[in-house]
Each structure stands twice: as C-alpha cells, then as structure tokens.
Design a protein around this ligand. Structure first.
Ligand code: ADP
Length: 596
C-alpha cells in the first residue's frame, strides 16, 4: 500500500511540474489555444464524419444503386477533406506558435533569473550545465509538451467522436474491441517509468559531455602544448559511450511499444472481422454499417496509440521541466532586493574594514579579522604571498561575497545595507583573469558604460596606454577581439580591461595585478597616468612588482588572511624583514617580483 501511495505521489509531482509549466506559459496564450482547440475539434469530427460516410456510400450507392445521391456524396467527401485540411493547417500553426512562444518566454525567464544569482551559484553550476538547461531542456519541454498537448486534445476529441460512431453502429462489438485497453495501459505505464529514469541519465550525461567539450576548447593551448589530444579523445569516447548506452535502452523501449500495440490492435481487429463478418452473413448487420465500424476502429487506432504513448513521451518533459523549475525556484540572493537612490558621495570618502572574517567554505577562513581604513582619494597596495587573501578583499569590497563576521563601511554607510549594484556602479575593477567579450575593442571598453561618449572612450584608452596599439590596427576600435579576446596579446587585453575600468570614472578603483603582463616602461606610463586622474578616486592595487607600488600612500602586507604589517615603502623597507627580502629579490630580478 505504501509503495502504491509513493508511486501515486511521484506521478502527481511529475504532472504538477507539467501543469505548472502549462499554466504559466501556455494558458496565457489564449488566442492560440482557443483556435487550436476549435481546429482540433474540426479535425476530429471530420474524421468521424468520414467514417460515418462509408455507410451510405456502401449501402445506398454500391448496394442500393441510388444515382441521385452520387453527386451529393462526392461533394460531401470533398467538403469534409477541405474542412479537415484547413483545420489541420490552423491547428499546426497555433501549436507551433504556442511552442515557440513558450520556449522564448522560458529562455527569457531562466536567463533573467540566473544572471542575478550570486557567485556561489556559478561556482557550483558549470556554465555548460546552465547552457544545457537553457537550450536542450527548454527545447525538450517545447517539443514534448506541445506534441503531448496536441495528442491529448486532438486525439481525445477524435477518440470521443469515433467512439460515438462505434457505439451507434454496434454497442457489443465495441465492448469487445476495448477489452485490450487495460493490457495496453499496463504495459505503457511500465515503459513510462523506465523511460523517465533513462531520460534523466541521458540529460545529465549530455550536460557532462557539453561541460567536457567546452573545457577542452577553452584549454586547447594546454591540450596542444602537453600533447593530450589522444587522452581527450579517449575521455570523449567514455562520455559518448555512456550516452549511447542510455539511448539504446531508450530506443529499446520506444521500439517495443509500437509492435506491441500493433499486435494487440491486430488481435482486436481480427476478432471483430470474424464476429462482424458472421453477423453480416446472417443479415443482422448491413455491409455498410460493418464497414463504417471497422473503418472507425482503424481510425481510432492511431489517436488511441498517441494518447497511451503520451505518458511515456512526457517523461522526458517531466525531467527537463523539473530541472528548469528547479532553477527558477532557487531563491535569489537578498542583494537584488536592495537599492534605492542614495547619495553616491559616500564612495568618495573613507572605506573601513572592521574585523572582517570570511571563508569560501564555513570551516576554512580565508580572511581573519581584517581591520583597516582606505582613506579617500589615496593610494594603497596589498602585497603578500599567493593565496593569502588579497583578491578576496576585493571581492568583499565588490559585495560579490559578504563577510561572515565584521563589517565594511563606505563612509559611515554599512555595505551590507546598501544595494550591491549601487556599490558596484561606484567601483572600477580590473581582475587578474582578464575577461573580454567576443565583440569589438570599442564595445569591450564601453562594457558597463554604454552612455559614455566616444571621446571619453578614447581618453580612457589613452590613459591605459591602449590607444597606441589600437590605432595601428586596420579597423582600429572596430577590430573584433575574437572569443575570450584570443586575437590580442595578454598585455593588450590587460590594457583594454584597464581602459574599461577607467572609463567608468568611479570614485574607487581596484586593480588586481592589472599591469602584470606589461613591460616596465608601459607600466610606468600607466602608473604616472593614474597619479593624475582628473577626478577624486581611492585606488587600491594588488601588486605583482614592488617597483610599481613603492609610491603609494600605504602598503598592507597580507599573510594567511591577516594584515601582518603596514606602512609606506621606506618604513617597511626598514622595519619589515619580509618586505625587505621581497624588495631585494625584486631588484635582483630587474623589477620582476616572483610573488603571487
Ligand atoms: P591571493 O589574491 O592573495 O592570491 P585569493 O584571495 O585569491 O588569494 O585566495 C585566498 C584563498 O582562498 C586561497 O587559498 C584560495 O585557494 C581560496 N579561494 C579563492 N577563491 C576561491 C573560491 N572561489 N572557492 C574556494 N576557495 C577559494
């Protein structure tokens, strides 16, 4: 009994997913589904009328030789086919339009929701998994939900109207014909249950395959450099073999359904032919009436099969629908609810970190009790070994993560009470991993500052020492940078990222090893440019080379997530052994420092 309830509960939850999708995305499309229903009603009833028409054709014309009816019956048949054709055309158009509207709205909703998730979500969900939900799952929902809906509406109407015809012609013969129905339902339910499990496997493994594929393309230089083509080919084979195995299982289920239904159908029809033929020979039924019955039964076979098949077909839709709704149901971080217009002047004042503690996982703190003040319009540098938590401090300032303890204040305003979007609007940021979009140089610089003028874009490029190389390119600012900016060198990409941050003219600038790929001469020119910004700006650098930060107002040495020492360059040289050692190494290596 408990197993029965469990099964019933699973069935209900699967169908509630479908109902939710239909209610949200199909029900509002009133115009389409109303016309769709009308057209399906017409298709269904014209099929039934066609079957019914055989009776007068056979009894009155072939046997009764009634010449007067011949033309009318011809016109009638033509009319029925015309109505059926027109109705099928309207039905098909409505269904396709509904399907494409559904997938467009789902894509908008999924992306519109997903883009606001915090970084934890993107760390957990690989981009290929998101892309898989976005394209494959939505495609499956469109196809299967619509196919099943049309099967359920057109074919249910058709079955109903054909059943009326069958009942009118011979009630007992009809009862005999439907005896096979429970066996069909039982087998199809069994197939449906297995199909759901297989569809889930296929969809998960396809997502993993896409993930693998993207990763290989992304790391193609490493694959070539380490000669791992064969190894990757082998990996791909493992993924595709797993998927193939599941597809074969699914094909076995799909393939068994059809012949099974054919055999059962054949069994019913052969019984009816024997019994009905006997009745016609005895004169208990006219040949026309029997022909109408048997034709209606033939017509009934396909829609009946479609309806019974719907449950199996819908299992793929349930799996995809659950993944889509699972994503849409994920609550957005509280941050998006903040906002409101506040006074942006707070960002031109001091930034205070009070006893900030944070870790990416709860039990592994990366920052431990950081307290410091970044005074307005001054320059700071964070220095320390790789993995000591410097970049994490930037992430916390950008509100990409929230401190577990302590607080961050912009002027006297607590960051956690402000809208993160508002904070980010006031921060220019260049990360270690330069990200360029597959568009032109100009569009990349303007990213996030769409309102900026062309003149200011060129000024920002000048300040970032990017204009010299851009202007040498044949298409200048209209040059496409290629996927991930691969058509540019590392140093050129860095300069574009810097120009993008400078174009924002924000009161806070965070530069995470923003000039590490540049030669010392260009780095020095950029450094000088940053000294003379025309607007008030608090600048914090994470430095690769000590020579590039010796001028700043304060250097903070971060070790194991805590501030170990702080002061000006000369003070640290005198009092910090660690800093003096770094400086010595830096000088030895002619300005290059091997930290982080
Ligand atoms: P730094 O900038 O000083 O090199 P980070 O702030 O990047 O150091 O990293 C500090 C620590 O946090 C490192 O031990 C690193 O492994 C860990 N870390 C960084 N990013 C993540 C992340 N997204 N998830 C888990 N751990 C992370």
């Amino acid at each position: 009994m408990r197993i029965f309830w469990k099964k019933l509960k699973n069935l209900r939850s699967g169908y509630s997913t479908l109902w939710r999708l239909a209610k949200t995305y199909l029900v509002p499309q009133k115009r389409y589904w109303m016309w769709g229903i009308v057209s399906m009603l017409l298709t269904a009833s014209s099929t039934a009328v066609l079957a019914q028409y055989l009776k007068p054709i056979f009894d009155d014309i072939f046997i009764g030789h009634r010449q007067d009816l011949l033309v009318w019956i011809g016109v009638g048949v033509l009319g029925i086919f015309f109505i059926k054709g027109a109705a099928e055309y309207v039905g098909e158009r409505c269904m396709s339009a509904m399907g494409y509207t559904l997938s467009t709205q789902l894509q908008n909703d999924v992306f519109g929701h997903m883009i606001y998730f915090d970084l934890d979500f993107f760390r957990e969900y690989h981009e290929a998994r998101c892309a898989n939900i976005f394209s494959q799952d939505i495609g499956i929902v469109r196809e299967t939900l619509l196919q099943s809906l049309s099967a359920l509406s057109r074919d249910v109407f058709m079955v109903l109207s054909l059943v009326i015809v069958l009942l009118r012609e011979d009630f007992f013969l009809f009862l005999g014909a439907i005896c096979i129905l429970p066996i069909m339902v039982g087998v199809l339910r069994l197939c449906g249950r297995n199909a759901k499990r297989i569809f889930l496997q296929i969809q998960n493994q396809t997502a993993a395959l896409q993930q693998f594929f993207q990763q290989v393309f992304h790391q193609i230089i490493m694959v070539k450099a380490y000669g791992t083509e064969e190894q990757e080919r082998h990996h791909l084979k493992e993924y595709t073999q797993c998927i193939l195995k599941e597809y074969k299982k699914s094909a076995k289920i799909q393939a068994i359904i059809h012949p099974f239904m054919e055999i059962l159908g054949g069994l019913a029809i052969s019984g009816i032919v024997i019994y009905g033929g006997h009745r016609v020979i005895l004169g208990a039924q006219t040949p026309g009436s029997f022909l109408t019955f048997i034709t209606a039964l033939f017509f009934l076979y396909r829609p009946m099969k479609n309806i019974l098949h719907v449950h199996t077909r819908l299992q793929a839709c349930v799996v995809s629908g659950e993944r889509i709704l699972g994503l849409l149901d994920k609550p957005l971080p509280l941050e998006t609810k903040g906002g409101g217009q506040k006074n942006s002047a707070i960002f031109s004042q001091d930034i205070t970190l009070e006893n900030v503690t944070f870790g990416y996982s709860p039990n592994f703190p990366v920052l431990r009790g950081i307290s410091c003040v970044f005074e307005a319009n001054k320059q700071y540098a964070l220095v320390g070994p790789s993995g000591s938590g410097k970049t994490t401090i930037f992430y916390l300032l950008l509100q990409l993560y929230r401190p577990h303890q302590g607080r961050i204040l912009f002027s006297k305003e607590e960051a956690s009470l402000c809208s993160p979007q508002w904070i980010r609007d006031n921060i220019g940021f260049v990360s270690q991993d330069i990200t360029l979009f597959d568009t032109t140089i100009g569009n990349n610089i303007m990213y996030g500052s769409a309102q900026a003028s062309e003149q200011s874009m060129r000024e920002a490029a000048e300040l970032a020492c990017a204009s010299s190389f851009i202007e040498q390119l044949p298409q200048g600012y209209d040059t496409p940078v290629g996927p991930h900016g691969l058509k540019l060198s590392g140093g050129q990409r860095q300069r574009l990222a810097l120009a993008r941050a400078l174009l924002k003219k924000s009161p806070i600038l965070l530069l995470d090893e923003a000039t590490s790929a540049l030669d010392v001469e260009i780095e020095e020119r950029i450094r000088q440019g940053l000294q003379t910004l025309s607007y008030s700006c608090t600048r914090i650098y994470i430095a690769h080379r000590l020579s590039s930060i010796q001028h700043v107002d304060k250097i903070l040495i971060i070790k194991q997530g805590a501030i170990q020492e702080q002061g000006k360059h000369l003070t640290l040289l005198k009092h910090s052994q660690y800093y003096a050692e770094l400086w010595k190494q830096s000088k030895l290596k002619n300005g290059f420092m091997p930290i982080s």
